[in-house]
Ligand binder design. Structure first.
Ligand code: DC
Length: 219
C-alpha cells in the first residue's frame, strides 16, 4: 500500500509535515491522534472511568469516527472539544489500553486501504499499524521547541496556554506514550529519523517526498 508512516512525540511537526507530503503526492492524511482523542472524548462523555480498559474499549467499538478536515463523532463535530484540556490530559491513559488500540488499529488499516494509501501520523504507525509502509519517518524536535510550537498553536486557536504548563504536559504525555508496554512510541528500525529543530519544515517534506518517489519506482 502507498503509505507514509510519520511517528514522533507531540509537537514535533507531524501534522504540518503530513499535510504537505500528502499534498505533494496526492494522498490523503490520517491523523490517528485525533482518533485516540475522539475515543477519549466519547469515554468521558459516557461517564466512563478512563483508567478502565473495558469501558474505554466499549467506547472505542461503538464510536463512529469520521475524519476529514473536521472530526465527527456519531455525526457531531467535536474538532474543538478534542483539543481541550480535559481530553488532552486523559488521552495518554485511554490510548494505553490494549482493547482501545486493537479497535483503532483495525479502523486505521481499513481507512488507508479504502483511500488507496495515505500519509498516516501517530506514535506506532511504522512499528505496528503499517510495518510495510513504503516510507517510515520518526520526526523529533527538542523539548523546548515542541513546547514553544504548542503554545503558539494553542494561542492561535484562541485557547490560553503558558510555556511551563505546556512543557510539563508534553513531558508527562511523552513519558506515558514512550513507557507503555503496548505499542510504545519508538522509532521503527528502518525509519528515517528527522529532527525539525535543525531542519526547516520544507527540507523535511522534500526529504520524505524524494524517498517515497524513489521507493515507489523501485517497487
Ligand atoms: O498526536 P496527538 O498529540 O494528538 O495524540 C494524542 C495522544 O494519542 C498521544 O498522547 C498518544 C496517543 N496516540 C497513540 O497512542 N497512538 C497513535 N498512533 C496516535 C496517538
Amino acid at each position: 500500500m502507498r503509505v507514509i508512516a510519520i511517528d514522533g512525540p507531540a509537537g514535533a511537526g507531524k501534522s504540518t509535515v503530513a499535510r504537505a507530503c500528502a499534498e505533494a503526492l496526492g494522498l490523503e492524511v490520517l491523523n490517528t491522534g485525533a482518533m485516540y482523542r475522539a475515543v477519549t472524548y466519547a469515554a468521558i462523555s459516557a461517564g466512563a472511568d478512563t483508567s478502565d480498559n473495558n469501558a474505554c474499549t466499549k467506547a472505542a467499538s461503538s464510536a463512529k469516527i469520521e475524519l476529514s478536515d473536521r472530526v465527527l463523532l456519531d455525526g457531531v463535530d467535536i474538532s474543538q472539544e478534542i483539543r481541550g484540556a480535559l481530553v488532552t490530559s486523559e488521552v495518554s491513559t485511554v490510548s494505553a489500553h490494549p482493547g482501545v488500540r486493537e479497535v483503532l488499529v483495525e479502523k486505521q488499516r481499513l481507512w488507508a486501504s479504502q483511500h488507496g494509501g495515505a500519509v498516516v501520523e501517530g506514535r506506532d504507525i511504522g512499528t505496528v499499524v503499517f510495518p510495510d509502509a513504503l516510507v517510515k519517518v520518526f520526526l523529533t524536535a527538542s523539548d523546548s521547541e515542541r513546547a514553544r510550537r504548542r503554545v503558539i498553536d494553542e494561542q492561535s486557536a484562541g485557547r490560553e496556554a503558558n510555556f511551563a504548563d505546556v512543557e510539563a504536559d508534553l513531558a508527562r504525555r511523552d513519558a506515558t506514550d514512550s513507557g507503555r508496554s503496548i505499542s510504545p512510541l519508538v522509532a521503527a528500525k528502518d525509519a528515517l529519523i528527522l529532527d525539525s529543530t535543525t531542519m526547516a519544515i520544507d527540507e523535511v517534506v522534500e526529504t520524505i517526498v524524494r524517498e517515497f518517489l524513489k521507493r515507489e519506482v523501485l517497487q
